[in-house]
Design a protein around this ligand. Structure first.
Ligand code: TYD
Ligand code: MG
Length: 441
């Protein structure tokens, strides 16, 4: 199409709101002095004709490329789709650049790959490349930050490119600063356009702040084909890569990594590291959650202690706080134990975060066992959601969960009566107690 006239628009640098008139205060998000003047191309005249060359019977689906990491490939739905644009987001220092350079190196199996980093100098990137042992004649580095300069210099239709990070990139012809919403949006649009017309897979790295604010990257999430979110406790080496959006595969898949001296090492069987199945300590229980298509056995730990002074504290790690409050209320009203003057600390072992309600029952059992200082009988796991009425409810993908528990050597799998796939069925929380402590009660 011809671009023979341009139009001036004003875009809010905070939220991306667009208007043909200048504004002092953004009518959308209320930010002051955030209007940025942008020249937009306006198409005029007859549009050029497109060619419907492909009927559904002669289009071939492009072959996916492997990252040489089975876990990432699975998370992406079977590898990287040529021409797709993937946002890798996560907090500072979590390992985004490390992971991306490992992907970049793996994708040289298919052709040239460019790694463009405005974050670091060439020699810094090179040091990382050497540390990871991924030097490769088909892997090219640049620390250019002008996206137009990069894209017009690359003439060989690379199979993949990495831009580290979107916050450092800018496109000329826009007065907004690099890292502002309009710049990030415009640069991403250019990258998407390039990816689609050259069949180049593009990874865009986007930082989020410590508090989890992802104002910029969040807008980008709507534009890209896939979003991989890297999370973990910065102090520990455990990392979880989560697929938050995927146009070419399932979402909510996770891959587990350990960040080691020479890169990210994948953990092929995470149940083995998240669950200590021999645990018999009071307050420690097992459950099976499902992340994407993968069942994961996890340890749920509760610690309760009497607090005479202040209001009782509820602290959780890896689990929603309000959910703990609800479960604590269910435990006290249906099992008749008072938790009013007890602090409860709840932890999902291994830095895992989950919203899967299948661990409700395990949480309740952990609290009960901690308060009563009771050991569970060995090799018992709990899979079920709890209702306010104290009933144990069935959860989806029960078959998958039960077979994972069996694979891990669990003998007594306590589930809802409504489960059609076996396990030790119970109706209520109270019944679960009777069936799990054996002679210890
Ligand atoms: P990095 O990939 O730079 O994080 P991000 O791009 O998300 O900010 O990695 C951050 C930290 O990881 C850095 O402090 C050094 C450490 N690291 C390793 O532990 N192993 C490695 O192989 C590499 C390259 C870095
Ligand atoms: Mg980085």
């Amino acid at each position: 199409m011809n671009q023979d006239k341009s139009k001036i628009v004003y875009v809010c640098s905070e939220c991306g709101y667009k208007s043909s008139k200048w504004f002092g205060k953004c009518p959308n998000c209320g930010a002051w002095d955030s209007a940025v003047r942008i020249e937009e191309g306006v198409q005029k005249g007859t549009p050029s004709l497109i060619n419907f060359e492909s009927s559904t019977s002669n289009i071939s689906i492009p072959k996916r490329m492997t990252t040489r990491m089975k876990e990432t490939d699975r998370t992406l739905g079977g590898g990287v789709v040529p021409g797709s644009v993937i946002l890798i987001s996560g907090g500072p220092g979590i390992g985004k650049s490390t992971l991306a350079i490992e992907y970049a190196s793996a994708l040289t199996d298919y052709g040239n790959v460019y790694y463009v980093s405005g974050e670091e100098s060439i020699s810094q990137i090179l040091m990382r490349v050497k540390r990871l042992g991924v030097e490769n004649p088909r892997l090219f580095l640049s620390s250019e930050v002008n996206v137009d300069a990069v894209l017009s210099s690359v003439k060989d239709k690379p199979v993949a490119m990495v831009f580290d990070s979107i916050q450092t990139l800018y496109t000329s012809g826009m007065s907004a600063l690099a890292g502002s919403v309009p710049q990030m949006r415009e640069c991403t649009m250019k990258l998407i356009d390039y990816a689609k017309s050259n069949d180049t897979a593009i990874f865009i790295i986007g930082h989020i702040t410590k508090s989890g604010s992802i104002a910029g990257p969040m807008i980008l999430e709507h534009m890209v084909d896939g979003v991989l979110y890297l999370e973990g406790e910065p102090r520990s080496g455990r990392r979880i890569l989560r697929s938050m959006k995927n146009r070419f595969g399932p979402t909510d898949e996770i891959a587990v990594y350990d960040m080691e001296e020479n890169g990210m090492i994948e953990i092929p069987d995470p149940s083995k590291i998240f669950a200590d199945i021999d645990t018999e300590d009071p307050g420690s229980t097992l459950s099976v959650i499902v992340e994407g298509s993968r069942p994961l056995m996890v340890n749920v730990q509760a610690l309760t202690s009497v607090n005479y002074k202040n209001g009782a504290i509820r602290i959780t790690r890896g689990f929603e706080n309000t959910r703990l409050m609800i479960i604590a209320a269910i435990v006290s009203s249906h099992l008749g134990i008072s938790l009013d003057n007890r602090d409860i600390y709840l932890n999902i072992l291994g830095g895992l975060k989950t919203t899967d309600t299948a661990i409700d029952l395990a949480v309740a059992m952990a609290i009960f066992s901690s308060v009563k200082k009771l050991k569970f009988s060995p090799k018992v796991a709990f899979i079920g959601e709890l209702g306010l009425d104290g009933r144990v409810r069935n959860v989806p993908q029960m078959q998958l969960r039960i077979s994972e528990a069996k694979r891990m050597g669990i003998e007594n799998i306590i589930v809802s009566n409504d489960s059609k796939y076996g396990g030790n069925g119970v109706k209520t929380l109270k019944e679960a107690i009777l069936k799990s402590f054996g002679g210890n009660l």
